[in-house]
Write a protein that binds this ligand. Structure first.
Ligand code: NAD
Length: 546
């Protein structure tokens, strides 16, 4: 037993490496890319610390070279999913008793392993399986994940320090228990860091987890879990099960031990999970905590006073980095007529010049979209736009499926503010712009506020401070992450806690103490030092009627 009020090492954001020509990090990355491409990595189910490679397998292909298999994984049977639930539920008792600083140490060590010896491998896996450029892989798989693990340890300690007042004679305490039962973590393909954080944030707080990662990003998820194991994560704390997603969801939500869902992905999937929980609500031992970060239709709204050059950069980076497959990606913009010619004349050639291709060629700005389903969905939208008289494609629109799932960055000019691509999440490299008359600025602001059901991220561009203030007020509920004169992507852990409301989720802000609080079940303890020994109160003594 250790005595002492320990403090977590002050977290700092992991510095982003440059990967300049001939730098050690670039050479090491090249080596790991070559190693990964030489084999098909076998990824097991992880249940109770055992690594299980079952009979049935599914292969994972490289999005920018779709004939190249990079990995394969086992498919969980209902029996195995139930075994994962049983072990997670049983392990919760012992795991939540581990001292919080020992739990914290596992994740702090994992962050150092990731930022050091495993950085190149993790980035290489993210580049090959998720088709990220080295910069996009570095800020996600290396830096953001290390930040989640380090900052969350600090937030956990902050939460535990939040204690109630005790008057003389009493000692009031609050203990923050892990959730009784298990948490179901379900992750999307697009961020290695988000995937690992979905499983590890509840675990850090003393809960145990059954984790269903996305098929296409499984290699980086598996590398992250192996890092956690090397850092000392005990068996049974996080189980990883892959296979048919609706089947896994159905079996997991049948369990009365379900204590929470930690989800990031599309609004439709989260709605389905919520409905399934609602239908079975009487069957759970505790009310499951439902935490979900979902879709977005993120905006850039420019005022006539906006700086045109800053605006163009934000449009290009905000809409097209990682092929527009960030939940925060700018996918609709409102530009005043007075700036439009100047913006278009810079923006369109700049977008036409962006290089799209294999991320191993460092001159490429974009890779491929994640898979054939995404490619078909996005190219289908583009085809419909070609026939729609209410829109004009002014840049890009070319889709090439020959070697990889490549879609050129595409800009659509909307002739009406409510065309479908101003409302719906396309989740690809497509930006729709509505040009408003300067005299209609207030109306354009209303369109921006109410056209889409989402409320995730948004950016305003203006120089006039009174305008910045009034735009911020008008768009108060339009975005959970709101940017002034900056692109709406690139939130950093510890700096811009991330999440939105409306159809974008429960806004529990990944990478903040707000999120970690959802994985704590508080127990209030009141201790009385000298307990009363009679039931009577003083006012009951003496003449009762006087
Ligand atoms: P998705 O909803 O298709 O899949 C997410 C996860 O849910 C995957 O692991 C999938 O296999 C699983 N799943 C699907 N159906 C299921 C079911 N019936 N039961 C259980 N699990 C099921 O999303 P995606 O394509 O992987 O990711 C893209 C989406 O994620 C976009 O909508 C994007 O905006 C959103 N996203 C949001 C945030 C955020 O913070 N708001 C961050 C990243 C991604």
């Amino acid at each position: 037993m250790s005595n002492g009020t320990f403090t977590v090492p002050a977290p700092k954001n992991e510095p982003i490496k440059d990967y300049l020509h001939s730098s050690p990090e670039r050479l090491s990355l090249r080596h790991e890319l070559d190693q990964l491409k030489r084999k098909v990595t076998a990824i097991p189910l992880v249940i109770g610390g055992e690594h299980l490679l079952t009979g049935a397998r599914s292969q994972i292909f490289c999005p920018h070279n779709h004939s190249m298999a990079i990995a394969e994984h086992g498919l969980a049977t209902p029996l195995q999913i139930n075994q994962a639930i049983k072990i997670a539920t049983e392990t919760q008792k012992s795991w939540s008793k581990m001292a919080w600083w020992d739990r914290a140490a596992i994740f702090l060590k994992a962050a150092d392993l990731l930022a050091g010896p495993y950085r190149s491998l993790m980035n290489a896996a993210t580049m090959l399986c998720q088709s990220k450029t080295i910069y996009q892989a570095e800020i996600d798989a290396a830096c953001e994940l290390a930040d989640f693990w380090r900052f969350n340890a600090g937030f956990m300690a902050d939460i535990y320090q939040d204690q109630p007042f005790s008057p003389p004679g009493f000692w009031n305490r609050v203990s923050y228990r892990g959730l009784e039962g298990f948490v179901f973590a379900v992750s999307p393909f697009n961020f290695t860091s988000i995937a690992l954080n979905l499983a590890s944030a509840p675990a850090m707080m003393g809960s145990t987890v059954v984790w269903k990662p996305a098929h296409t990003s499984l290699l980086s998820s598996w590398i992250g879990l192996k890092i956690l194991e090397e850092a000392g994560l005990p068996p049974g704390v996080i189980q990883m099960v892959m296979g048919d997603a609706p089947e896994i969801g159905r079996v997991v939500l049948e369990s009365p031990e379900l204590a929470g869902i930690h989800f990031t992905g599309s609004t439709a999937t989260f709605n389905l999970l919520w409905q399934q929980v609602g239908q079975k609500i009487q069957h759970y031992k505790t009310y499951p905590r439902l935490v979900g970060e979902t879709g977005g239709k993120d905006f850039i709204m420019a005022h006539p006073s906006a700086d045109p050059e800053a605006l163009v950069t934000a449009l290009v980076r905000g809409a097209f980095e990682y092929q527009g497959q960030k939940c925060s990606a700018a996918s609709r913009a409102y530009i005043p007529r007075s700036l439009w010619k100047r913006i278009r004349d810079t923006l369109v050639p700049m977008v036409q010049e962006l290089k799209v291709g294999d991320p191993e060629d460092f001159s490429n700005f974009m890779g491929a979209v994640i898979d054939e389903t995404s490619f078909n969905r996005i190219s289908g939208w583009i085809e419909r736009c070609r026939k729609d008289p209410k829109v004009n494609i002014i840049a890009g629109g070319e889709c090439n499926r020959e070697k990889g799932w490549f879609i050129r960055p595409t800009i659509i000019e909307a002739l009406a503010p409510d065309v479908p691509t101003m409302k719906e999440e396309l989740f690809g490299p497509v930006l729709t712009i509505y040009v408003y008359e300067d005299s209609d600025f207030e109306q354009a602001l209303k369109y921006c506020e109410s056209t889409s059901p989402y409320g995730l991220t948004g950016a305003i561009f203006a120089q006039d401070r009174r305008v910045i203030q009034s735009m911020s007020e008008a768009l108060e509920y339009a975005a959970g992450n709101f940017y002034i004169n900056d692109k709406p992507t690139g939130a950093v852990v510890g700096q811009q806690p991330f999440g939105g409301s409306r159809a974008s989720g429960t806004n529990d802000k990944a990478g903040s103490r707000l999120n970690l609080l959802r994985w704590a079940s508080a127990r209030t303890i009141k201790e009385t030092f000298v307990a009363p020994k009679t039931y009577e109160y003083p006012f009951m003594k003496g003449n009762p009627l006087e």
